[in-house]
Design a protein around this ligand. Structure first.
Ligand SMILES: NC(=O)c1ccc[n+]([C@@H]2O[C@H](COP(=O)([O-])OP(=O)(O)OC[C@H]3O[C@@H](n4cnc5c(N)ncnc54)[C@H](OP(=O)(O)O)[C@@H]3O)[C@@H](O)[C@H]2O)c1
Length: 257
């Protein structure tokens, strides 16, 4: 039995990494999925990899209100409604001490990670209501529950996402809309690879081994492992879960919080 049969899902940031793996898994599990991102090239790559009639895309910037209204509208027009929102698009921004961080850096990270998630819920919520309920999954991070150096904008944004899930669980409950946050740890994908390149140019593998050694499970996670957490929260398997914060981090935060 497929876990998302007859469900419609929006996955933002579906052109790469965790979002692309999620789109693939959700389609395999019977969902009709709309992926969203700014780069058409990336979205088309996911379309090609998944190669299924139940996947489509909309080019949009999640930080913009009119783009959000447009991608929500596309999902409704194409598939007749929405049952699941995975707000996964995100940006790390630069790794800088507060003394070097600019206001522009801060605003950009907050616009995508916080405003983008909030807009996604605001415009998806009425559609979930029309279906009699649904599931919203917000992507936070281990920096949503712990602090790391030179990372104040991203950390603030991911803490805000945790607060958003907790607050909106209350707004959603009377309408059978569940809202949860997922906190991935260090994931073996392009986002972490670019972090290695930025922070340890020429010594990327060494940085990866050092970070992996700090994880109790002694490895990075995979996009697919996070996608399976999203699937749990999207499906009826999590029917009594709302307002929750779900770590999938190999235990890295267990010694921090
Ligand atoms: N990788 C990790 O170790 C890790 C750990 C914790 C949390 N996370 C979170 O997991 C989520 C997915 O990241 P990932 O690891 O899969 O990295 P990724 O491959 O860089 O994915 C981020 C996605 O977000 C999209 N995006 C960024 N800004 C956008 C905007 N303004 N409008 C629309 N789409 C936008 C990007 O597509 P476009 O560039 O085409 O717009 C991209 O597909 C993010 O929220 C990230 O913060 C990742």
């Amino acid at each position: 039995m497929k876990k998302l049969e007859n469900k419609v899902a929006i996955v933002t940031g579906g052109g790469s990494g965790i979002g692309a793996a999620t789109a693939k898994l959700f389609v395999e599990q019977g969902a009709k999925v709309l992926i969203v991102g700014r780069s058409e090239e990336k979205l088309r790559k996911t379309m090609q990899d998944v190669n299924h009639e139940n996947l489509s895309y909309t080019v949009a910037d999640v930080s913009k209100e009119e783009d959000t209204q447009r991608y929500v509208q596309h999902a409704v027009e194409r598939y007749g409604g929405i049952d699941v929102l995975v707000s996964n698009a995100g940006t790390v921004g630069p790794y800088k001490h507060i003394l070097e961080h600019t206001v522009e850096d801060f605003d950009k990270v907050i616009a995508t990670n916080v405003r983008g998630s909030w807009l996604a819920i605001k415009y998806t919520f009425p559609e979930l209501q029309k279906r009699g309920g649904g599931s919203v999954i917000l992507t936070s991070s281990i920096v949503g529950v712990a602090g790391f150096p030179a990372h104040s904008a991203y950390t603030s944004s991911k803490h805000a996402v945790v607060g958003m899930a907790r607050a909106l669980a209350h707004d959603g409950a009377p309408f059978h809309i569940r809202v949860n946050a997922v906190c991935p740890g260090v994931i073996d994908n392009d986002m972490m690879a670019s972090t290695h390149r930025l922070l340890a140019p020429g010594a990327e593998e060494q940085m990866k081994s050092t970070l992996a050694a700090r994880v109790p499970m002694k490895r990075y996670g995979t996009n697919e492992e996070i996608a399976r957490m999203y699937l749990f929260l999207a499906s009826d398997d999590s029917s009594y879960c709302t307002g929750g914060v779900y770590l999938s981090d190999g235990g890295i935060t267990s010694g921090l919080i």
